[in-house]
Structure formats: structure tokens, C-alpha cells
Design a protein around this ligand. Structure first.
Ligand code: BGC
Length: 453
């Protein structure tokens, strides 16, 4: 691979966040509660009893945060819309004040030359819909399309890139199979149903978009490439299972209208037969795929690990982040090349990539040194470039995250931001990694060439 870093002219550089992780004021101005509001206020669910009541107070400080993006020269901002701010009951009555919040945000982004990229669902399902079964209720495809349509009608003139769902795999694995995330269920029979309804909802929203929207819509998935721990038949089969479960479970139906065979083996009697009409609904032409990449997995067969029978093998010589994820930039190139080869080279945006490393809780003389995150970004941006050289159609990159924020059930214990947040004072301080990223963006990637910047 060449070490001259030239990115396509229209490649965009941005950062990403999600509503419940940064906004705070979850019930302000008529918003309804989400399942995360409930989960975070249930004792024992969140590390240190943290919750999103204040978070980064972005609901009040959004103007300052746009100012920060502008100062860093970012060209695009991926944020998510909180469904229950728009529809407090999840459907029916629209809460105009909730719509106003996102309209103001989008208008101010545009005034500052920053392209807004909106995700409709980043995990904060309206609690009122959860009361009716949430992702287990087939009607949710219509509820989601109704919500999508409202947003498209109001904002498609200003938002040119939409994503339906963020990481359906995490929603079902964390929310319905293992219970570590809202709504906190642990049920092998529910997980395939929730997954399937997420994808039906995705399909229904894309269909609604084609009726009212004029720009681009896609799906955001998290992909973790799987490598076998050995050549044994057992480890190879384990690797295929892990890959089917996490990486193909959502993209195969979206692109091919079928589910990977391995899912039947993993879920056994809990894997239903799905009607063909459902598969047709799920398979809608997409304008792009959003790929969230953090790490890889080396997979080993392990009978004790329910229900997948796969465990990751720790790579002793490698660096791990604070969330226990191996730093493996080559995995990002491999992932992008895999998407290109398996799915016919769709347009891809890296919609999330970043790392939690230990940062001091306070900045020191206005500076936060984060050499590990800086190096993580540099290596992964180079990995993106390698994928472009290998022929992948990559439209842009969004660092996760703009701000330190609520890392779901891990609370504020893990810092992913390129901008440090002092949660006592809400002071924002761009870390060294933010300064570095700003340089990369300003040079349209050529700063990656310099070994020691
Ligand atoms: C999610 C983010 C999360 C990040 C780090 C992704 O799974 O989309 O909301 O904070 O990873 O865990």
C-alpha cells in the first residue's frame, strides 16, 4: 500500500454522537420517556448508578457544541433523533417542541457549513411502545415508518443523508439476548423476533422514504471481522457462526433477502420460519451502508458460551482499549474489503470508529493528552485509505465520538470523546486527538503521511 494519503475529493470527515448519550434533559419540553430513561433509573442496571438525566447537557449546549465542530473544521455531524421527543407515545401525537429542537440543530449546523447526518433510531425506543411489546410487536414496522415519515417530511429538504437503525445487532444481543442493555431481557426466543422486526421496521422506513424523501438513506451496522483461533474444524465452524450472527445477520437480509443458515444452528428451536413477504419488505435498495468498526475477534469454539458456543481469544501482544477491545486497524481494511466483495461494492460510510482509553477526569492547563487515542485514529484512518486503494467505495468517516458521553450501561466510566467533558462543570476541552483529527481534516488526509505528527 502506498503511504501517500490521498482521499477522494468528495470524501467527508465528521464526528458522531447519539441522543441519549449526550443530550440530557430526557423529559424536557413534553418528551416521553424512552426505554433508556427507564433502564437507567432501575437500580443495578447502570454502573455507578449513572443515568442520562444530564449527560453532556447537549440539549442546552448544542450551540456551543456546533461551535466546537466548527473550530475543529469538521464537515459533517452524525447525530440521532430521540423518537420519544418527537412522538411522546411513540406514535400518534407529534410534540412540536421536540421537532423544533432538531430543526434548530440542523439549521445551525447548515449555517456553519456542517452537513447533518441523522439516525432515526439509536436505541432509545419510546417506553410507551415497549409497553406494547416494543421490538417484539410486529406493528413496530408501521410505527417506525410513521415516525420516519414525520422526520422526512419536515427535514429532508435540509438533511441529505439518513440512517434508519444504528446497530440492530447490539439492540438484540444486548437488549433481548443477554440483557445488559435496555430493555434488559435475556431470552433466546425473543432475540430472533426482535432482530427480524428491527429489519422489517428498517425496510418499512426506507419504503416511506422513497415516497417522501429525495436524497439518501441507509442502514448502520457494526461489523467485527472474525478470524479463527486455529485451523481446527471446530474453530472454523465457530468463526462462521460468530460471523453469521454478528456480521451477516443484518446485511444478508438487507441485500439478499435471506438470513444466514448458521442462525438456525445457533438459535435452534427458537429460530422461526419467516414469511417471504417479510423478506421482501426488508430487502429495499439502499443508498449506502454505515459501518461502525471498533475491533476484531479471534474466535474459538467454546461449549460454555451460550448460545453461540464461541469465545474470543485474547491476543497477548496487542493493545486493548478500556472497553477490553483489541486495537486491530487491519480489521477495518478487511471489513471494508469484505463488504465490497460480499455485497457488490455498495457506497459505505464509516459511521463510527474510535476508542475509550483512560483520560484524566480534568484537563491540565487546557490540555488533555491522549496519545493512545491519537494513534488509534491515525492507524484506522490509514486503514480506511488502504481500503479505498483496494477499490472500496468509501464516502466518509465519522469519529466516535465528538464528546465523552454516557457509554450506555457503563455510564460515564469510559471516555470515547475527542473532546473531553468535565462532567462536574460541563467544560469541553479538545483533546490532543481532536487537534490531530482537525489537522487530518484540514489537509484532506494528507497529514496522515507524516510519521511523527
Ligand atoms: C454504539 C455507540 C457506543 C459505541 C462504543 C457503538 O456500539 O453505536 O453508541 O457508544 O459503540 O461502545
Amino acid at each position: 500500500m502506498s503511504n501517500i494519503y490521498q482521499f477522494p475529493d468528495d470524501f467527508i470527515w465528521g464526528s458522531a454522537t447519539a441522543a441519549y448519550q449526550i443530550e440530557g434533559s430526557p423529559l424536557a419540553d413534553g418528551a416521553g420517556p424512552s426505554i433508556w430513561q427507564r433502564f437507567a433509573h432501575t437500580p443495578g442496571r447502570m454502573l455507578n448508578d449513572d443515568n442520562g438525566d444530564i449527560a453532556c447537557d447537549h440539549y442546552n449546549r448544542w450551540r456551543e457544541d456546533i461551535g466546537l465542530m466548527k473550530e475543529l473544521g469538521l464537515q459533517a455531524y452524525r447525530f440521532s433523533i430521540s423518537w420519544s421527543r418527537i412522538l411522546p407515545e411513540g406514535k400518534g401525537r407529534v410534540n412540536q417542541k421536540g421537532v423544533d429542537f432538531y430543526e434548530r440543530l440542523v439549521d445551525t449546523l447548515l449555517e456553519n457549513g456542517i452537513e447533518p447526518v441523522a439516525t432515526l433510531f439509536h436505541w432509545d425506543l419510546p417506553a410507551a411502545l415497549d409497553d406494547q411489546g416494543g421490538w417484539l410487536n410486529r406493528d413496530i414496522a408501521d410505527w417506525f415508518a410513521e415516525y420516519g415519515r414525520i422526520m422526512f417530511e419536515r427535514l429532508d429538504g435540509r438533511i441529505k443523508r439518513w440512517a434508519t437503525l444504528n446497530e440492530p445487532w447490539v439492540v438484540t444481543d444486548g437488549g433481548y439476548l443477554h440483557g445488559a442493555l435496555a430493555p434488559g431481557h435475556r431470552n433466546r426466543f425473543e432475540a430472533p423476533i426482535a432482530s427480524h422486526n428491527l429489519m422489517r421496521a428498517h425496510g418499512a422506513a426506507v419504503k416511506a422514504y422513497r415516497e417522501v424523501g429525495k436524497h439518501e438513506i441507509g442502514l448502520v451496522v457494526n461489523i467485527e471481522p472474525k478470524y479463527p483461533a486455529s485451523d481446527s474444524a471446530e474453530d472454523l465452524a465457530a468463526t462462521r457462526r460468530a460471523e453469521a450472527y454478528m456480521n451477516r445477520q443484518y446485511l444478508d437480509p438487507a441485500f439478499f433477502g435471506t438470513y444466514p443458515e448458521e442462525l438456525r444452528e445457533i438459535f435452534g428451536e427458537a429460530w422461526p420460519e419467516w414469511p417471504q413477504d417479510d423478506m421482501d419488505l426488508i430487502r429495499q435498495p439502499l443508498d449506502f451502508i454505515g459501518v461502525n468498526y471498533y475491533t476484531r475477534n479471534v474466535a474459538r469454539h467454546d461449549e460454555s458460551n451460550w448460545p453461540l458456543k464461541v469465545s474470543p481469544v485474547r491476543q497477548k501482544q496487542h493493545t486493548y482499549t478500556e472497553t477490553g477491545w483489541e486495537v486491530f486497524p487491519q480489521g477495518l481494511t478487511d471489513t471494508l474489503v469484505w463488504v465490497k466483495e460480499r455485497y457488490g461494492n455498495p457506497k459505505v460510510f464509516i459511521t463510527e470508529n474510535g476508542a475509550a482509553f483512560f483520560d484524566p477526569p480534568k484537563s491540565e492547563n487546557g490540555r488533555v493528552r491522549d496519545p493512545l487515542r491519537l494513534s488509534y485514529l491515525r492507524q484506522h484512518l490509514r486503514a480506511v485509505h488502504n481500503a479505498i486503494e483496494a477499490g472500496c467505495d468509501i464516502g466518509g468517516y465519522f469519529v466516535w465520538s465528538l464528546l465523552d458521553n454516557l457509554e450506555w450501561s457503563l455510564g460515564y466510566s469510559k471516555r470515547f470523546g475527542i473532546v473531553h467533558v468535565d462532567f462536574e462543570t460541563q467544560t469541553r476541552t479538545p483533546k490532543d486527538s481532536a487537534r490531530y483529527y482537525a489537522k487530518v481534516v484540514a489537509s484532506h488526509g494528507t497529514a496522515l503521511t507524516n510519521e511523527d505528527d
